[in-house]
Design a protein around this ligand. Sequence first.
Ligand SMILES: NC(=O)c1ccc[n+]([C@@H]2O[C@H](COP(=O)([O-])OP(=O)(O)OC[C@H]3O[C@@H](n4cnc5c(N)ncnc54)[C@H](OP(=O)(O)O)[C@@H]3O)[C@@H](O)[C@H]2O)c1
Length: 420
Amino acid sequence: MNRPLSIAIAGLGTVGNGVLRLLRDNADIVAARAGRSLAVTAVSARTRARERGIALSGLRWFDDPTALVTDPAVDVIVEVIGGAEGAAGKPVVTANKALLAVHGAELALLAERGGAALGFEAAVAGGLPIIKTLREGLAGNRIERVSGILNGTCNYILSMMRQEGREFADVLAEAQRLGYAETDPSFDIDGIDAAHKLAILAALAFGRPVAFADVYVEGIRRLSALDIHYAGELGYRIKLLGIAQRSDGGIVARVHPCMVPGTAPLARVDGVTNAIVAEGDFVGRVVLEGPGAGAGPTASAVVADLIDLARGHLTPVWGAAAAELSPDASVPMQLHSGCYYLRLMVVDRPGVIADVTAVLRDFGVSLESMLQHGRAPGEAVAVVLVTHETGEAAVRTALARIASLEAVLEEPTLIRIEPG
Ligand SMILES: NC(=O)c1ccc[n+]([C@@H]2O[C@H](COP(=O)([O-])OP(=O)(O)OC[C@H]3O[C@@H](n4cnc5c(N)ncnc54)[C@H](OP(=O)(O)O)[C@@H]3O)[C@@H](O)[C@H]2O)c1
């Protein structure tokens, strides 16, 4: 067998610790698959004295993770610290989606010029092998659409809101107590984390430079138990999805709450689980579902990359050499079209619905159905409208006009309806 691959792990938190454990527990099968043993020889973290529940004896300690890059005894760096900045110069395996989404184009160029590998299977949807699936398994296909539940925290919150009829703030507070949500949850609930992952998936699926700044992002803060209830009544579930698809003129990449039919594969995925649907012209629909985070699943993905590296299996970062990437433009959200769920709170008095539908008519938005429950003359009632396919710009302008009607009591809710 070849000499061991010498691995340095930068970051010994959830993921770094998981990688150490996996490489120890499964050393024999990993070595067989890699054709050589994978030996962790050096580690770096912030606080040396911290008890980590795993023996570090025999491993060289580095206070400064960047020093690993120049250390001649290190073959490959597993970067599992986080943040959007990093150091390259050696083969790197990372779980860092922010880094890839923001700097992925430059990193790919650096990797290509230096002939170095950059593995990031763990950066998107933890244990799901979606990077390999898109880049290698489905490499013969023209991918038309990739959509998925890419953030376990949001999916957990939405599942609990639906199952228990509770409000967003209440479920978020509980998720924080249980450790499913961060103390500062904004990265997750405002959709940024999902957008980082979607930017990576879109680059791979469509063979183009990663374009995080072009991803349209809306989070789940404004969703109410009422909308989740009405979605159920209409046969839908509300999910935070990341969707990238081809359309006339280029690629639309967007993260926002969606109403998906209750029978769609993504509708049934509850709790912290992730799921991704990829649609290729020859293969059809491929669905991956499973744990999107956590020590074990993320380590599983990191080690898959390490095995590739140990084998000398080098794939271009975005599936094709930088010069071969397609120049497909990003299409702005204003040019999106689809069906919409709109919910208004209005004063229940004659003529209000007529005023609302007149505005929609003026902007060419046609209605498929309308829902209004109960009557409490003079008081607020919810009115739910479902549109036929219409343009985003038209529906948003119409909604702004509707919001300014005197009988409309609060900011209307808009949720896009998706096939799932
Ligand atoms: N957790 C998951 O399930 C998961 C899933 C997919 C991707 N990821 C990604 O994986 C990466 C790591 O996540 P994690 O959950 O493992 O994070 P974590 O538990 O917060 O661990 C971060 C580690 O980095 C170390 N660190 C922080 N700043 C450092 C510095 N300046 N120099 C050296 N070490 C430093 C910390 O040291 P101390 O321990 O001494 O504080 C800690 O060991 C992130 O990019 C994350 O987005 C995580």
